[in-house]
Design a protein around this ligand. Structure first.
Ligand code: SAM
Ligand code: SF4
Ligand code: F3S
Length: 487
């Protein structure tokens, strides 16, 4: 699979198709006598969220407005940015697509596009061609930067256009308009793809080989974000520690460059692979105040045999050693993980070893998943698949375990006053606000009226404050605002 850099010619074609589409939508809007809207539906991980911010940026650049209603079918251009990591992610798409058949019948101008990781699985593309002919455009994550060209071509031909790339592009983001979802937080991919081929995982097939963005380009983007007022950056990649920039630049260099930007209150990153995490990165986390004291390190299993079958090249002893180094060096830091239950061939003894490892690592939070066989991956062909009732039972036991340690971790914050970066009104509504500590603990808090603070969310979003924590829950803590920083 070739790795190709986008060229000046690509950029010129990008601009000309953006102009052509702007003209097209402006005429359509005049004909309909109303503003046109778009809805980008995002499934999956933060890399997909970041891609969706670019799709939204391009659609806004064509003169369309984002729908605010949240109704699935309430838009003139609908884009499904899909995920294929587990089977239930696939089901979301097919569950929703049926609705759009009638919609397309009633309004032939509505445009439906599907992109994202599911489109790299040939069975899905074949199914869309056969059963969903009303879908206008199908493309894959490597061709995000070609969205305007593909959309233009599908409008010209008025036929379903399916374009799945064989090449892995590096599309530098400088010519993408990006519509960032959060006013204070910017998602910044530093690398794309994955070379690890864990035997259960679809991502290397969906996202192609690892390719790193230019160091200088990333720093330029970070500086621009700081000048625009962003307070938090999230550096993204499937395996950020294997970043390879020009002149031997490493992930540690990026982390230092980002933390040198004083406007950033928080520098976060996701994800790290145990085989590549360096002591240098842990040292940076320990010593730089604006670098998060939170490490997400996927363990996947506590059994060496299962780890080997998963093609995860570390032993559980090595994993626990890294966990221990992190705990010792990054004082009060939090360690979170991903765990898969029911991988083919997992015995009760293997599973017990996972529970033992959880007890030793005492994860501050864990994302637990039931193994899902993904067509095209090696593990899907293994014969010793585990019956669903066994998986469900083990999953329940694991959750009990991980939740216990998560609640304990939250409990340790009770009585303390913590610095919190405010994210906005909490999901619970009722004038409760939410934010995160530098250890990534989720904090919901109230603001006492007597403090006389302007509680408009636009004013508070991205601000740092001190919160006294008075109650712990399994996934969050509650508290009361003590003071707003910088007042
Ligand atoms: N690159 C990241 C890493 O290795 O830490 C993980 C990214 S992946 C999108 C997120 C998590 O999904 C994985 O860590 C794994 O636990 C889970 N996952 C991936 N494939 C899966 C599958 N086939 N079934 C169940 N869980 C899966
Ligand atoms: Fe998937 Fe493994 Fe790559 Fe993570 S490191 S994206 S789990 S193949
Ligand atoms: Fe992410 Fe799902 Fe693709 S987790 S990389 S969107 S398969």
């Amino acid at each position: 699979m070739a790795i190709i850099k986008t060229t000046e010619k690509d950029q010129t074609e990008f601009s000309s198709s953006m102009s052509e589409l702007t003209e097209y939508f402006s005429q359509l809007s005049a004909r309909k006598g109303r503003a046109l809207t778009y809805n980008v539906l995002t499934y999956g991980c933060q890399l997909n969220e970041s891609d969706s911010e670019k799709l939204s940026g391009m659609l806004s650049g064509m003169g369309l407005e984002e729908t605010s209603g949240g109704e699935l079918d309430d838009a003139d251009v609908i884009v499904f940015n899909t995920c294929s990591v587990r089977e239930n992610a696939d089901r979301h798409l097919y569950g929703n697509l049926g609705v759009f058949k009638t919609l397309k019948k009633n309004d032939r101008d509505v445009i439906i596009a599907i992109c994202g990781c599911m489109m790299k699985v040939p069975e899905n593309v074949a199914k869309i061609k056969k059963s969903y002919p009303f879908v206008d455009l199908v493309f894959d994550p490597q061709q995000l930067h070609r969205f305007p060209m593909l959309l233009r071509d599908s409008l010209r031909t008025k036929k379903q256009l399916v374009n799945i790339a064989v090449d892995d592009y590096i599309a530098e983001d400088s010519y993408f308009p990006i519509e960032r979802k959060r006013k204070f937080r910017a998602l910044v991919p530093i690398m794309y793809g994955c070379n690890n081929f864990c035997t259960y995982c679809i991502v290397p097939y969906a996202r192609g080989r690892e390719r790193s963005r230019s160091f200088d380009e990333i720093v330029r983007e970070l500086e621009e974000l700081a000048s625009k007022g962003y307070k938090e950056v999230m550096l993204l990649g499937q395996n950020v520690n294997s970043y390879k920039g020009e002149d031997g630049k490493t992930f540690a260099d990026i982390l230092r460059a980002a933390s040198d930007i004083r406007e950033f209150s928080r520098v976060r990153f996701m994800s790290s692979h145990p085989k590549d995490l360096s002591d240098e990165v842990i040292e940076i986390m320990a010593t730089r105040p604006n670098v998060e004291k939170h490490l997400h390190l996927a363990m996947q299993s506590g059994s060496d045999k299962v780890l080997k079958d998963m093609n995860r090249p570390y032993t559980i002893a090595r994993f626990l050693e890294i966990a221990d180094t992190f705990r010792k060096k990054v004082e009060g830091g939090s360690l979170t993980t991903d765990i898969i239950v029911g991988f083919p061939g997992e015995t009760e003894e293997d599973f017990q070893q996972t529970l033992d490892a959880v007890a030793k690592a005492k994860f501050d939070a864990a994302f637990t998943f039931q193994y899902s066989a993904r067509p095209g991956t090696k593990a899907a062909t293994y014969e010793n698949q585990i019956p669903q009732d066994v998986v469900t039972e083990r999953f329940g036991r694991l959750m009990e375990y991980t939740n216990r340690y998560a609640e304990e971790s939250n409990g340790r914050l009770v009585g303390k006053t913590m610095e919190v970066l405010i994210e906005g009104i909490s999901k619970a509504g009722d004038m409760t606000f939410s934010g995160r500590t530098i250890t990534n603990h989720l904090v919901n808090f109230t603001i006492p009226e007597e403090l006389g603070i302007d509680i408009g969310p636009d004013y508070l979003e991205g601000r740092l404050c001190e919160v006294r924590i008075d109650h712990a829950r399994p996934y969050s803590v509650d508290g009361v605002l003590v003071s707003l920083k910088g007042e």
